[in-house]
Ligand binder design. Structure first.
Ligand code: ATP
Ligand code: MG
Length: 400
């Protein structure tokens, strides 16, 4: 049992023209205007919905392609009122949208995922407690908010990774610590904000599972993705996961569904897992939205994670996605521009078989900024990997 509100099945918000003369098109709203919202907008528009994006940035990737761009902060009362007024249903692309903003919107419109579920994902300690509630193990950890807790840290957690409880992403807000002295220094460097210290685990590999759950409690999933990170940032995703036995994949899928069900979740949820030697599975973290590791689904599945987001929020039927092409997804970071000083060799990339280029429309490239991704589809994951390596060589991305 949980203390989260029971989701109420909503009637399907039907896309397409309404019958009445002059009535406005059915619009779907999204909080946040980054690349995830942009790909959501594309999926919603493909299905005939109009779209509204709330993001303060005039050049936000999703704001540029949506029907309505509301340029305010997430807590701006007038902006929220405008979004609620024009949208039939609202979702989020970003877990750090203040839960209060989602709660305000939910007074007027169906909002998925719910503020309570997003709040759990905003806080690593709450997230780990939720994994435990769902019967899914996570890495051994301790919460550090006081000097007393720092001093009391169990030696078994070292070496470990210190992570800020809130607002971390792409490996930011984290420090690897070898011993107590390093831990104390790292906590000071992170500004003594609330943190969790996790034991450093020997990873055989990393995977993630994306589930979509509707208000009717039906849930479906994408195939298991195998993810390679460099310096805490996702570098490649390969599907089907080449190094993970089917039985481990089934356990990961069941765990992801359990985590969503225990939250009474409505929407798309991504759960990241560590796979340890012997097939031991440990939940790392979750995101209450589509995820970078699911971008491949646009080109390699018959239903993408963004299609699922649209379907879950509108009460449309959820059908299980099918992977029609094995694939490798490669993230395209701002470093590709800055290091070379000129545009990457897109012609060279597009000459490769099965290459699907996605650029997010960001005006300037900075090192570490996610500018786009490339999905290579092929007859097998090995072939997709071989072509992805060719693409990496063309672009000057280091081999993996
Ligand atoms: P993102 O939100 O971009 O997924 P993040 O900044 O929230 O990332 P985590 O997912 O917590 O960070 O960690 C980033 C990466 O660091 C992991 O994918 C993994 O490669 C490594 N890592 C994190 N925690 C551990 C751990 N306890 N043991 C071993 N490796 C870890
Ligand atoms: Mg992560």
């Amino acid at each position: 049992m949980t203390d989260h509100k029971q989701a109420v099945p909503a009637p399907f918000i039907v896309p397409g023209p309404s019958l009445g003369e002059g009535s406005p098109p059915i619009t779907l709203g999204v909080m946040g205007g980054g690349q995830l919202a942009r790909m959501f907008v594309h999926a919603a528009q493909q299905m005939g919905y109009a779209t509204a994006v709330l993001d303060a940035d005039a050049a936000s990737p999703a704001g540029l392609v949506a029907h309505h761009h509301i340029r305010t902060g997430y807590l701006d009362a007038a902006g929220l009122a405008q979004l609620a007024q024009c949208s039939a249903a609202i979702t989020t692309e970003f877990e750090n949208v203040p839960a209060a903003a989602l709660a305000t919107l939910a007074l007027q419109r169906p909002v998925s995922p719910a503020a309570e579920a997003v709040a759990v994902c905003q806080d690593r300690a709450a997230e780990k407690a939720h994994f435990a509630r769902s019967g899914v193990p996570c890495a051994p950890y301790a919460c550090i908010e006081t000097d007393a807790q720092l001093a009391a840290v169990d030696a078994a957690l070292l070496p470990g990774i210190l992570k800020t409880t809130r607002l971390g992403y792409d490996g930011k807000g984290q420090a690897r610590v070898a011993d107590r002295a390093a831990l104390a220094l790292a906590w000071a460097a992170l500004g003594r904000v609330p943190c969790v210290l996790e034991q450093m685990l020997p990873l055989a590999c990393e995977i993630s599972v994306i589930v979509a759950r509707g208000a009717s409690a039906k849930s479906v999933h994408l195939p298991v993705q195998q993810n390679l990170h460099r310096a805490g940032v996702l570098t490649t995703t390969t599907v089907p996961a080449p190094d993970v036995p089917a039985e481990v994949q089934q356990r990961a899928i069941a765990s992801a569904h359990a985590i969503a069900a225990t939250l009474n979740y409505v929407g798309v949820l991504c759960v990241e897992f560590f796979v340890l030697e012997g097939g031991v599975l440990v939940a790392n973290e979750m995101a209450p939205r589509p995820h970078n590791s699911g971008h491949y689904s646009i080109d390699a599945c018959d239903v993408s994670q963004f299609d699922l987001q649209v379907r879950a929020m509108t009460g449309a039927p959820l059908v299980a996605p099918r992977l029609h092409s094995p694939c490798v997804m490669l993230n395209l970071m701002g470093d590709l521009w800055s290091e070379s000083g000129h545009a990457p060799d897109w012609a060279g990339v597009l000459a490769l078989p099965g290459a699907h280029l996605h650029l997010y429309g960001k005006a300037s490239a900075r090192p570490g900024r996610k500018m786009g991704h490339l999905t290579v589809t092929a007859a097998s994951a090995e072939q997709a990997g071989a072509v992805a390596r060719q693409a990496a060589a063309v672009l000057g991305i280091g081999a993996w």
